[in-house]
Write a protein that binds this ligand. Structure first.
Ligand SMILES: NC(=O)c1ccc[n+]([C@@H]2O[C@H](COP(=O)([O-])OP(=O)(O)OC[C@H]3O[C@@H](n4cnc5c(N)ncnc54)[C@H](OP(=O)(O)O)[C@@H]3O)[C@@H](O)[C@H]2O)c1
Length: 279
């Protein structure tokens, strides 16, 4: 029940109608009996600064930031976490007496979803398809642990720029081209393959690489929430597959803990997400 004391958490996105985060967070607040409420806000790009000022004016406890504001929100915040600063994108904001700190929990969300699958990424060779915001977050989390990362991107210049940037995080980072991602020897050396592009959102999207070259036991991930053709074909090839639902859950759990300092009830959040996705 919303009362005079209820703390409000928001999500700023445009569009925002599709978001699954309110279901996940409100279920968690209710389960723990926390006096919080999570609300979606449709914020157009031209209204972003006013919306961020509104966090202070309305005394919101925090917000999530989603597409298309993850990068453009940075200049309006007071402080950034180390991750958010390196990645150049924010998905979580905490308001402490009008001081707004930006965090990025996407990378940790991905790593926890891998761990949950029993996958230890340390020392493994990874192929990341894509060089957008999600690739930066996932790549940073992987490189910090000194893995060998290969980046493939349709727009080569963006891929090269990401390689250079991620190398500063301490990992071994190399560029992969069209030939390498369709080369059996190269692919066979990869322990973990991750699609961070939006290819796969449409049913008709073909995977970016030849899945017939994948081998049983390889870990194949897609940040898209559903079973994409990439995951379906990899599964047929005997690979262990993981869609983006776990990352969505665990980035939300990390954000929840930043706002409330309470331990996130992950299983309650998972159930709420799954129910919302089915509904
Ligand atoms: N599970 C989660 O919690 C989670 C979190 C964040 C994002 N995501 C998902 O991750 C995906 C990417 O998000 P983002 O924020 O990184 O987007 P973004 O910054 O716009 O980057 C999009 C990436 O996809 C590539 N791409 C798009 N269309 C392509 C095509 N037809 N062929 C080849 N490459 C193509 C782009 O390549 P170019 O550079 O060549 O344009 C770029 O590398 C989305 O599907 C999003 O829903 C999931």
């Amino acid at each position: 029940m919303i009362k005079g004391t209820t703390k409000i958490i928001g999500i700023f996105g445009y569009p925002v109608e599709h978001t699954k985060s309110p279901a996940m967070h409100n279920a968690a607040f209710e389960h723990l009996g926390l006096d919080y409420c999570y609300v979606p806000f449709s914020v157009k790009p031209e209204g972003l600064k006013a919306a961020v000022d509104g966090i202070r004016a309305f005394g919101l406890a925090g917000v999530n930031i989603t597409v298309p504001h993850k990068e453009t929100v940075l200049p309006f915040l007071d402080k950034l976490s180390e991750e958010a600063s390196f990645i150049g994108a924010v998905n979580t904001v905490k308001n402490e007496n009008g001081i707004l700190t930006g965090y990025n929990t996407d990378g940790i969300g991905f790593m926890r979803s891998l761990e949950e699958k029993g996958v230890q990424a340390k020392g493994k060779k990874v192929l990341i398809l894509g060089a957008g915001g999600a690739a930066r977050a996932v790549g940073y989390a992987l490189c910090k642990e000194s893995f060998e990362c290969h980046i493939y991107n349709r727009t080569v210049e963006k891929g090269i720029a990401l390689c250079g940037h991620l190398a500063k995080a301490g990992g071994k980072v190399r560029m992969a081209d069209n030939d390498s991602i369709n080369d059996k020897v190269f692919l066979s050396e990869m322990d973990i393959l991750i699609n961070t592009t939006s290819v796969g959102l449409a049913e008709s999207d073909a995977p970016l690489l030849k899945t017939s070259l994948l081998a049983p036991g390889q870990i194949v991930c897609d940040l898209i929430y559903k079973q994409t053709s990439f995951l379906k074909e990899a599964s047929k090839a005997g690979c262990v597959t993981m869609n983006g639902l776990g990352m969505l859950l665990w980035q939300g759990a990390a954000a929840f803990e930043i706002w409330t300092a309470a331990k996130a009830p992950v299983e309650i959040m998972r159930k709420a997400l799954e129910k919302n996705l089915l509904g």
